[in-house]
Design a protein around this ligand. Structure first.
Ligand SMILES: Cc1cc2nc3c(=O)[nH]c(=O)nc-3n(C[C@H](O)[C@H](O)[C@H](O)COP(=O)(O)OP(=O)(O)OC[C@H]3O[C@@H](n4cnc5c(N)ncnc54)[C@H](O)[C@@H]3O)c2cc1C
Length: 193
């Protein structure tokens, strides 16, 4: 029986595997995580609207009623196309057909130095780090006791509403719009450091 190995259980890998569930091939899906991550909702985890478990589904659960694919938690570290062989952290596997669906990495458009000043948002660790940073900035705003802080506390509610998607620009008249939006942005950035 032909062996198909799919590396990566993101949207692409899952789609490939789903198309092969009833095939006569011997299908194996390998991912370095044992869950499929729904990346479009990472923003909500980063802003504390959802918890990581809400956007991560165990891969085995997705295919629980199917014979195919077999699911393996492992990380691809090498491919030998001459031998039809892949190497993972824990094993080597022979394939007849190989599907590489390992996604992408953040791009800094040729400015890798920007990496030190920014957060990626590609995985759960990125999202929870960003969430911690945002929540700590709010906590810091709560603790400040001077006049600037009192301004900060109304800014705080603007920021909170903004992050929760409740900020209604129409409530502001045209004159105040740019001013009110600019203040909370500046405050968040200064607390971010
Ligand atoms: C914050 C955010 C918001 C987005 N919003 C939208 C949206 O609204 N609409 C939309 O259409 N798209 C959106 N996208 C894009 C969409 O999520 C991606 O296009 C899609 O996830 C790509 O699917 P993929 O299968 O190619 O890669 P991924 O989903 O990244 O999956 C790659 C898989 O490969 C695994 N893997 C990687 N390397 C290895 C290795 N060496 N060994 C084993 N496993 C490995 C990973 O663990 C992962 O499970 C968003 C992306 C992000 C980050």
């Amino acid at each position: 029986m032909n062996k198909i190995i799919i590396v990566g259980a993101g949207f692409a890998g899952l789609q490939a595997a789903k198309g092969l569930t009833t095939s006569s091939f011997d299908v194996t899906i390998i991912d370095k995580n044992n869950y499929h991550l729904f990346q479009p909702l990472l923003y909500q985890v980063a802003t504390a609207g959802l918890s990581p478990a809400d956007i991560a589904v165990p891969i085995r659960n997705i295919f629980r009623s199917q014979q195919n694919p077999k699911v393996i938690l492992d990380e691809l570290i090498g491919i030998n196309p001459q031998l039809n062989q892949i190497k993972t952290r824990n094993n080597t596997y022979i394939y007849d057909f190989l599907v590489i669906a390992t996604g992408s990495e953040p791009s800094y458009f040729g400015h890798d130095q920007w990496k030190n000043f920014s957060y990626g948002l590609k995985n759960i660790k990125d999202a929870t780090s960003m969430r911690t940073k945002i929540l700590k900035a709010f906590e810091k705003a709560e603790r400040i006791k001077n006049e600037a802080a009192n301004r900060g506390s109304s800014m705080h509610s603007y920021i909170e509403q903004f992050l929760l998607g409740k900020f209604n620009l129409d409530l502001l008249n045209e004159d105040n719009k740019s001013k009110k939006m600019a203040i909370p942005t500046v405050t968040v950035l200064s607390l971010w450091r």
